[in-house]
Design a protein around this ligand. Structure first.
Ligand code: SAH
Ligand code: SF4
Ligand code: F3S
Length: 480
């Protein structure tokens, strides 16, 4: 879309993508005026909390800001427009956002023209919006997850207004395609395949703040990936809260395994990753596709949450400990070198010492490459928040420390098994501590540092893995 051809003297179009381009053109005029007034371009800063889905959304926000002419900065205090893309999955995610807002309060006093925006999952909670309206008057714009596609329009309204602009939708069944977007890395990209979640795990706020599950049409996903491949992207990460149930809500249903088969055919794409997989929906068809694929990475993130069947039931996860272990067995049988990672919650209401021992047992049996361990956080409005026998904090802390020690010991052993092997590495960046080194990723997602320069970024090269340092390798490139 050519922004110069948009006539902003006309009324904004109704078709959504065209409408948002129109508002980008409007914002560009605002940026020009700013430049004339201040003798410099305005700066923007996008700060992201939460999961890969939020990270992908933030790339799109940054893309729109760049198109309007804002210059990106990482320093919130220096920006003329700051946006926080928030997460509310655990209480500490919320606390961090309030912390950032607190720090910006004196800054905004000195720089009153500064605009501060909030979006993302936390904004879908009415109590949060009330609190901000009352206690954080420095905020200029609030919107939620369902109308993020309207960002250009909301940005323009905010830039032109002196009042706090608030636009939150309760839900949506809409997926808006063909919006402008941007990528942080030229060689890899996240690709949304579905939005929302219908699982309602009893501890989890995501279904309430992200809405009902909706899948993008296969043609839309494939079209986007073909374009990415043309632009030089070699690795895609397919994103959804529960990718294994992809396609179920489409008029012409398509399985996730079927989608993967078609992505495999796209020339130029070398690596395919996806997250997150829910164990209950991981099909034999998917295992079969993974077994025969040349491109799907040898890594699966398979959150177990708990090893106790009783707790899993209270969590509404809809699998048992035995079913989970059987799934792992099948996966390892089909793909012997697969690396498995997981998420575990400690201290779910009613968790006994025996339940916790079951979790340790799963950790010892599966031997994860790594595990994200979380202390259960009570989320208002979820069924678990109302459950009796919440576990006392000191008990949870003790279990958490024991779990972490176990996970780390196993992970150090598991990760070291590739020592001495030569394996392909996708180079991602110059090493942040030592610029004589570059950093890349193995198919199994482990990081590797080795001597090299910028010219290798985006390439897949063979590296001899000389030494394992726990969760990363040091190596040297093998030139054949
Ligand atoms: N859709 C993904 C997870 C999204 S949230 C899945 O089903 O696996 C990421 C992780 O946060 C979850 O796997 C879970 O381990 C953790 N989590 C979610 N709600 C939580 C809560 N209330 N307290 C602690 N951890 C939580
Ligand atoms: Fe939350 Fe469960 Fe949905 Fe994951 S699958 S987002 S844990 S409700
Ligand atoms: Fe957080 Fe929302 Fe992701 S609550 S984990 S940012 S979907």
């Amino acid at each position: 879309m050519d922004l110069d051809k948009i006539d902003i003297n006309q009324a904004p179009p109704m078709e959504e993508a065209a409408r948002q381009y129109y508002f980008i053109a409007e914002c560009r005029e605002w940026v020009k005026d700013f430049d004339e007034k201040h003798g410099r371009l305005p700066k923007s800063c996008v700060t992201t909390f939460g999961c890969q889905m939020n990270a992908r959304d933030s790339e799109k926000l940054a893309g729109i800001l760049a198109k309007t002419g804002f210059v990106e900065t990482e320093k919130e205090q220096e920006a003329d427009f700051v946006i926080f893309n928030t997460c509310t999955v655990r209480e500490n995610a919320n606390m961090r956002v309030y912390g950032h807002l607190g720090q910006l309060t004196p800054v905004k006093r000195k720089r009153p023209h500064m605009k501060i925006a909030l979006c993302g999952c936390m904004m879908q909670e009415p109590e949060v919006v009330e609190k901000i309206k009352k206690s954080y008057r420095i905020v200029d714009l609030i919107f939620g997850t369902h109308n993020i596609f309207k960002f250009a329009e909301l940005l323009f309204t905010c830039l032109e207004s002196d009042r706090m602009v608030i636009d939150i939708w309760k839900d949506t069944d809409k997926i808006v395609e063909n919006l402008p977007g941007e990528r942080k890395f030229p060689f890899k990209s996240g690709v949304n395949v579905m939005f929302g979640c219908n699982n309602f795990c009893s501890y989890c706020i995501v279904p309430y703040v992200r809405g009902r599950e909706r899948s993008r049409k296969p043609e839309a996903v494939l079209g986007e990936i073909r374009q990415l491949a043309k632009d030089g992207v070699v690795e895609v990460m397919l994103l959804g809260q529960n990718v294994n149930s992809y396609g179920k809500t489409l008029d012409e249903p398509c399985t996730f395994a079927g989608l993967l088969r078609q992505i495999e055919e796209i020339e130029g794409i070398e690596r395919i990753r996806f997250m997150t997989s829910h164990p209950k929906d991981l099909s034999d068809e998917l295992i079969e596709v993974m077994k025969h694929s040349r491109k799907i990475c040898r890594h699966l993130h398979l959150p177990v949450q708990s090893g106790s069947t009783a707790i899993l039931k209270k969590m509404n996860r809809r699998y048992t400990k035995e079913q989970y272990l059987e799934l792992v067995r099948k996966l390892r049988e089909a793909v012997p070198d697969i690396s498995l990672t997981t998420d575990i919650i400690v201290g779910f209401p009613g968790e006994t010492e025996e339940d916790f021992e079951e979790t340790l047992d799963v950790v010892r049996k599966v031997r994860y490459d790594s595990a994200f361990t979380f202390i259960y956080s009570r989320r208002t409005g979820t069924p678990a928040a109302a459950m009796e026998d919440q576990v006392p904090a000191y008990v949870v802390k003790n279990r958490f420390d024991r779990l972490l020690a176990e996970v780390q010991n196993i992970s150090a052993e598991v990760c070291a098994v590739h020592t001495g092997n030569v394996m392909p590495v996708l180079v991602e960046s110059v090493n942040s501590h030592d610029d004589a080194l570059v950093t890349g990723r193995l198919s199994n997602n482990l990081l590797v540092h080795f001597p090299g320069d910028e010219s290798l970024i985006g390439q897949i090269v063979n590296v001899k893995l000389n030494e394992c340092k726990g969760f990363y390798y040091l190596g040297v490139q093998e030139i054949s």
